[in-house]
Design a protein around this ligand. Structure first.
Ligand SMILES: [Zn+2]
Length: 474
């Protein structure tokens, strides 16, 4: 009898949230660059201080960048929804197969057609308007950031005038003073204090981080549950465990079986749980399918059928307490995640061809390659596998062709992390084998110049890091 793999859910959610965050940070940094650019232009413009029309024009340009960011955030939201839904639709299908031995009827393409627009409209209140194409408003967070920038530039202008007057400066000196003030701000805009230019500093409580976590967690739950509903399954169990600071609703419902649709008599509904405060921000609770064909499910149903609905003494004010009320870490007696299996080796013949080809290429490009940064998003290493590689002197490392990120040549370690570690321990050079579309069709994305999708498709388990320094790359 397979266990209920709650750890696997946690890991999947963590992974998808991290991937979505990486994508989000990239989107934000691009916008930040553009906005800083506009401010630098203002600083260099000699008439910025004196000509109102010029100032208004520059403020408008900055606004344009925020509007563009809004559009890019929407695109990010759609990408995140799609990626997350795909993973959790898959998990639902897996559970059905595992517990009922049933193949799901609905495939992801059909599922996404039916649900993804709906998820998008629910992520943000303005999204519904946007889909109906009425009077689109800008996200309040972006409006605040824009206001902060414009006010900072206005203040710089006023201050420069005042200080220049007091000091009896020439207009040239005043220009220099203002230029300095604007550049200082552009260098370190207060509106972007939550993230630095490299994307490394990223305060956890920032709006975008919360947005990302909410999008990932909600879509994960909804797509899991909606898949069950579309397969005519109705009962799920609320899982996640309780800690000393769990909210009342989660405490009351943890372990309870609920009906997704309300169609099964004798059980409270998922909506009852949500109304009681469930799925608050940072809630660790989620759902798992309860199958009446499966011993564990049968037992839960027998135990809980007809049990009265939990009564919540005082409903928790979600908005006020949510951020502090993160549930205690899960300490359930659930099965640990199974260790990642080492990936199967690629076809030996292809590998041999590639070695020859690559060795030739290597000789030609020796100096060039010395500058290439190897990046990876897999930190997981199984020491037993490394030992095996050392015994076999297998130092083959599969890499992508070299491509550019922000002007720097990089390549992705696609496979052979264990061989790479083995080489390091044995003090020999790894044998880098450049993959082509023949070995990995993901390379086609790279050849098309779609670096973003390529990185997404090859992402493993952690943020991208520089393999030789171990430091995060993005
Ligand atoms: Zn909870």
């Amino acid at each position: 009898m397979p266990p209920i793999p709650i750890k696997r859910r946690e890991v999947l959610l963590k992974q998808i949230t991290a991937a979505n965050r990486l994508d989000l940070v990239k989107t934000l940094l691009t916008a930040r660059g553009h906005i800083e650019d506009r401010m630098m232009r203002a600083a260099r413009n000699k008439t910025f201080a004196t000509v109102r029309r010029i100032r208004e024009g520059i403020y408008k340009d900055i606004q344009t960048e925020y509007v563009a960011l809004q559009g890019n955030l929407d695109e990010w939201t759609k990408r995140s929804i799609r990626k997350t839904a795909k993973v959790f639709h898959g998990l639902s299908v897996e559970d059905l197969n595992l517990m009922d031995g049933d193949k799901a009827v609905i495939g992801f393409t059909k599922f996404s057609k039916k649900h993804l627009d709906d998820y998008f409209s629910r992520i943000h209140p303005f999204n519904a308007e946007k889909m109906a194409a009425v009077n689109v408003q800008m996200n309040p967070q972006l409006t605040r950031m824009l206001d902060t920038d414009v006010r900072a530039l206005q203040r710089a202008t006023v201050e420069a005038f005042r200080e220049a007057q007091v000091a009896g400066m020439t207009s040239q000196e005043r220009y220099k003073l203002l230029q300095g003030k604007v550049m200082d701000y552009a260098d370190n805009p207060q509106s972007w204090a939550f993230i630095d230019r490299t994307g490394k500093k990223w305060s956890k409580g920032n709006y975008f981080n919360m947005l990302n976590r909410t999008v990932s967690a909600n879509v994960a739950r909804d797509s899991y549950n909606d898949t069950l509903i579309s397969e005519d399954r109705d009962l799920v169990q609320i899982i996640g465990g309780v800690g000393s600071n769990s909210n009342e609703g989660c405490r009351a419902y943890d372990g309870r079986v609920v009906s997704l649709t309300g169609n099964t008599a004798g059980f409270p509904t998922l909506q009852d749980y949500i109304d009681a405060g469930g799925f608050h921000p940072n809630c660790v609770h989620t759902t798992v399918y309860v199958s009446d064909k499966f011993e564990r499910g049968q037992r839960l149903i027998a135990e809980q059928e007809g049990e009265p609905k939990p009564v919540i003494e005082k409903p928790v004010s979600i908005a006020k307490t949510s951020t502090k009320k993160a549930d205690a870490p899960n300490t359930n007696n659930q099965a640990p995640i199974s260790k990642t299996e080492p990936k199967p080796e690629i076809n030996k013949k292809n590998k041999q061809d590639s070695v020859e080809k690559t060795n030739k290429a290597l000789a030609n490009k020796e100096t060039e390659l010395a500058k290439v940064t190897n990046i990876s998003s897999q930190r997981y290493i199984d020491e037993d596998v490394v030992d095996e590689k050392r015994k076999n002197k297998d130092y083959d490392v599969m890499v992508s062709p070299t491509f550019n990120i922000d002007g720097d040549p990089v390549r992705v370690i696609l496979d052979g992390h264990h061989s790479m570690r083995a080489a390091e321990l044995d003090g020999v050079k790894p044998v880098y084998i450049e993959q082509s579309t023949r070995e990995s069709d993901k390379i086609a994305l790279l050849e098309k110049g779609d670096i973003e999708s390529f990185l997404e498709s090859t992402w493993m388990d952690s943020d991208w890091y520089n393999v030789s320094t171990g430091k995060d790359y993005f």
